[in-house]
Design a binder for this molecule. Structure first.
Ligand SMILES: NC(=O)c1ccc[n+]([C@@H]2O[C@H](COP(=O)([O-])OP(=O)(O)OC[C@H]3O[C@@H](n4cnc5c(N)ncnc54)[C@H](OP(=O)(O)O)[C@@H]3O)[C@@H](O)[C@H]2O)c1
Length: 336
């Protein structure tokens, strides 16, 4: 049985990795619809870094305000310790994983225990360990909601057009930019699972990794310009996104789609002239979709690659690793 306190990483101020401090804090109490999970591993994602540094990537007037202190982290895998009376489908001792309370910054995954909404959780596939399971939720659900099934009607905060996945299969070509990172490596595998031809764009050190995941072609963006090499693609999933995403418009065939995972600006006249569409979405917690992805993880049809692991107490080192870039798969904190 747990005592009434636990170790957690908290932010008392925004700043660099050094503001991530381990502290002793009360174990959360699960409310209605929630379960208490003993966290074995917690995935590290870009929003954890955005929260830590106070959203410096957004214009000051649009930055959300946070009440501090806060425990960062949205992805975790662990074992159910207690279940609220109104929760069905989970029992004490079950191994579960989830993307917690996202969008939002109340996931509190960098901790020994979390009170998680049952609807955010799925049973962990038996064939993978907690470290791999903790690497899957946010990046895997992002790839799933962009490529396979949106699963919600919430408009994207970043653009008006409603996102719709496009049919993928033999005969369709998908270019994945940022292919080696968290979202990118799931996108490569899901597009292959659907039977598409996949062109992976990443820095050269990731070629072997991406070909092993099924990429049919590989472009090293440090030596070549993918926008000059690829023509007639059905879909570009740009897991880097941002201001340089629009250069991929010219790789698409008429009727093709560009999915920027990080928001950027696109010229409506240019997209209309090229006859292509640009849509995006913001990933949302979804235990049912995670269970579907979990089936693919369980059979090995989709793999979680681990870039590196760090003990929970060393969350600072994990964020320092993230800041170095060139991530291959996922960074994960181990808590058990
Ligand atoms: N819309 C949403 O809901 C949503 C959800 C999740 C993430 N995101 C956003 O999506 C982005 C990716 O997230 P992530 O978790 O996949 O990040 P990540 O794990 O840090 O991966 C980023 C990858 O991009 C590659 N990269 C960096 N610069 C590149 C460039 N110029 N061209 C091609 N590849 C480049 C990096 O490796 P190499 O440079 O070595 O190739 C790295 O593998 C982030 O901006 C994140 O905020 C959005």
């Amino acid at each position: 049985m747990p005592t009434d306190t636990m170790r957690a990483i908290r932010l008392h101020e925004h700043g660099g990795p050094e503001v991530l401090r381990q502290e002793e804090v009360p174990i959360p109490v699960p409310g209605p619809g929630e379960v208490l999970v003993r966290v074995h591993a917690a995935g590290v994602n870009p929003p954890d870094r955005y929260l830590r540094d106070g959203m410096s990537n957004l214009p000051p007037e649009t930055r959300p305000k946070f009440s501090l202190p806060v425990i960062p982290g949205t992805d975790m895998s662990g074992v159910v310790e207690a279940v609220a009376p109104d929760v069905d489908g989970f029992a004490v001792g079950d191994e579960v994983f989830g993307l917690l309370r996202f969008p939002g910054f109340e996931g509190a995954g960098y901790a020994e225990y979390v009170a998680a909404r049952a609807s955010d959780l799925a049973h962990k596939p038996a064939g993978i360990d907690h470290v791999h399971a903790a690497g899957a939720p946010m990046a895997g659900l992002t790839a799933w909601q962009f490529l396979i099934e949106l699963g919600h009607d919430h408009p994207s905060p970043f653009q008006a057009a409603r996102h719709r996945p496009v049919p993928l299969g033999p005969g369709t070509t998908v270019l994945v930019n940022g292919a080696a990172g968290g979202v990118g490596h799931f996108a490569v595998q899901l597009a292959k699972w659907k039977g598409a031809q996949v062109v992976a764009v990443a820095s050269g050190g990731h070629e072997r990794f991406l070909r092993d995941l099924g990429a049919d072609e590989f472009i090293d963006y440090t030596t070549s310009r993918p926008e000059e090499l690829v023509h007639g693609a059905d879909l570009v999933l740009d897991a880097v996104g941002g201001p340089r995403s629009s250069r991929f418009l010219r790789t698409l065939k008429r009727g093709g789609s560009l999915f920027p995972v990080f928001f950027g600006e696109f010229d409506e006249e240019e997209t209309a002239k090229l006859g292509v569409t640009v849509t995006g979405t913001q990933v949302r917690s979804n235990g049912a979709q995670l269970a579907e992805l979990g089936r693919l993880l369980g059979t090995g049809a989709v793999r979680v690659a681990i870039d590196s692991t760090f003990p929970l107490a060393d969350a600072r080192a994990a964020h320092e690793r993230a800041a170095e870039g060139h991530i291959q798969g996922k960074i994960v904190l181990t808590a058990a």
